[in-house]
Design a protein around this ligand. Structure first.
Ligand code: AHM
Ligand code: MG
Length: 323
């Protein structure tokens, strides 16, 4: 089996990008180690702080953010970072070629119940002459991403990565090395599985209500097939399922917070997951346009998300056009 570095070299990935990915993985291995220790490391439960989004931070949100921040800031390759857990971008090396955005521990409501969580990351080119703590430097559309991926801390620890040439999966071995375990992942174009938080149903807009109602009618409804539902409340785990066997995942706008486009964040959740999904032959939209074409206005901007099997996502987009 091939190691991560060997694999990326063979694909002619630029040396600096390989170095940055390895650095990210050094941080993620440390996070994985803390997660495996769980209560033994005293890191379960909440802190008394809130992040910039007004959410209570879990201890591990803070620990994971610090690990990534400290690791990346030491690198000459990184000009700046933007994180879900930091109000503003943080400068690293003034000459660094890359900007990195990340959600250090996505799905953190799952930590205390020992269910899968993940780290999501997106790598951008640092604009010429920009500063690493300048918000504007980060406001690049998802199409500009150089690489994107996530680490899923589940029964096994997996890296799922794209550098713009398909999606590959790597499994962390006992020796601390990631080995390639699935190459050129393709999401089936059709599906009979959906993922949405059904408890928000009464807050959705009309097209989403109509679409889900039609799925629930199964063989007797307009879609003429029976659908299964899953909701893990951990986007990394949901996207991983979709990359593995297809499906549609949605976190749409809802009327609980009408001024926000959605719950999930564009720069470090929507964009990296969209790059992975598109690179695996799927589709990812805010229901109107592809998420990677949304021009970002702020680093913590929210976005409505529907992603997964191409034909299913396009059916949902059709429901929105018909409204
Ligand atoms: P987080 O970044 O604060 O963990 O929030 C994002 C998570 C996603 O992983 C998941 O899809 C969603 O929130 C679940 O939300 P809900 O608890 O409303 O179902
Ligand atoms: Mg998140």
């Amino acid at each position: 089996m091939q190691r991560l570095t060997q694999f990326l070299k063979q694909k002619e990935t630029p040396a600096e990008l390989i170095e940055l990915i390895n650095l990210l993985m050094a941080a993620c291995k440390e996070i994985d180690h803390k997660l495996r220790e769980g209560a033994l490391a005293g890191i379960l439960g909440a802190t008394e702080q809130e992040n910039v989004q007004g959410e209570t931070q879990k201890k591990l949100d803070v620990v994971a953010n610090d690990i990534l921040k400290l690791t990346l800031r030491e690198s000459q390759l990184v000009r700046g970072i933007a994180s879900e857990e930091e109000p503003d971008p943080v400068a690293a090396h003034p000459e660094g070629r890359f900007l990195v955005t990340f959600d250090p521990l996505d799905g953190s409501s799952n930590i205390d119940i020992n269910v899968s969580v993940g780290t999501i990351f997106s790598i951008l080119q640092a604009p010429e002459g920009s500063r690493g703590d300048d918000h504007a430097a980060f406001l690049q559309a998802g199409r500009k991403q150089v690489a994107a991926g996530y680490v899923l801390y589940g029964p096994s620890c997996l890296l799922v990565l794209t550098t713009g040439d398909g999606v590959n999966m790597f499994t962390l071995g006992h020796n601390g090395e990631f080995y390639v375990t699935r190459e050129q992942v393709q999401i089936p174009a059709t599906t009979q599985e959906f993922a949405i938080n059904m408890s928000n149903q009464r807050f959705w807009d009309a097209p989403v209500k109509r679409y889900i109602a039609d799925l629930l009618q199964g063989e007797e409804g307009p879609r003429e097939k029976r659908y299964n539902m899953r909701w893990i409340a951990s986007m990394v785990a949901e996207v991983h399922r979709i990359l593995t066997r297809g499906g549609i995942f949605m976190y749409p706008w809802d009327a609980r917070a009408p001024e926000k486009p959605g719950k999930l964040r564009l720069m470090y959740e929507g964009n990296p997951m969209s790059m992975l999904v598109e690179q695996a032959g799927g589709r990812s939209t805010n229901t109107q346009i592809d998420i990677m074409d949304v021009p970002p206005k702020a680093i913590h901007e929210r976005v409505s998300v529907a992603l997964g099997s191409k034909e299913e996502v396009e059916v949902l987009m059709q429901y929105h056009r018909e409204e």
